[in-house]
Design a protein. Sequence first.
Lengths: 144, 226
Amino acid sequence: MGGAAQVFLAAVGLAISSYLTVSFFLGKAPVCGPSEGCAIVQSSPYAVVLSKVPVALLGVGMYLLLVLLPLSERGLGAWRVAAPLVSFTLALGGLGFSAYLTWLEVFVIRALCWWCVASAGVVALLAPLTFWRAWQRAGGGDAP
Amino acid sequence: MAPVQRRRGGGGKRALLVGGAAGVALVLVAALVLVARVTTRPASPPPHSDLYRPVSPLPNAVPVTVFFDFQCIYCARFAREHEQRLRREYLPKGVVDLRLRHFPILGAESWLAAQAAECAGEQGRFWEYYDLLWRRHGGVNRGVFTARNLKAWGREIGLDGPRFDACLDTGRGLVKVEEDFREGRRLGVDATPTLIIDGQMIRGLVPWEDFRRILDEALRRRGLSL
């Protein structure tokens, strides 16, 4: 149940970050309703790291792993304990970085990209979920 | 007692594992934020170069702030028409204190052009480069204000090429551009050009006659005239 929820939420996050990444590489502003927030955020220097890598691409990598990890837990051995811990590390890391990016949007760029906010919401749900699964599995229990 | 001790031992291991994972996550976040900040923040900002002052403005000069985007067609018209007259007729008398503020909202090329102007300012040639960019203006994100073109134009007006390239590549001009952008957002600017004449905000391009009337009223309020 928890694994399925993780896969579902991560798939939603993957769809959002993939859309933002494709928009970035096509040089088009994401659809953002009447607001120009997405265009402003996407064209700001904070939309890339290491000069060329769009931040959204980091999200694609994280969500992809969060989709795949619960599917890889079926095997026996230490991986059954390690995989939920890795998921938790990724989700908590993603939550922290999303918090930083949201802070930049609100206080530095002063524009909100609703896709980014939605992604932050998804990772905010994933963090406690993966914590719970990691906690259950690390205790020797069977993570749901 | 024995089962309780076993449970405590298991709980300790569990806390250690999950706590360790959280610790790794925090290190990951710190590393990401550090990389993001280092790669988007220049080491040392260039000095401000946005004031056009053929003579120092009078203490009671009318402040005129212009928020602009190098890719905005109406900003180009403002710069070519209104601003040229302002620079010719008002600024030499010191009655207007012109303040230009970058407000790049039209995309990546707007940010790059604004940074390039600040990099020219680093070499004391802001205005030559600024005027050149308006002459080269052509559409929105159509590959006009690319790093390659901006660097070539820097050499065209005689800038120190390697220094200009390094400024653009490392994003040294970004600090000033971001500062302006934040100021604009704080003041409620949401379009370009936006003018603030003695505290009165005017959104969009207004005809020269209207612009001059508002300006002259502000001069009169401050006991000034041409």
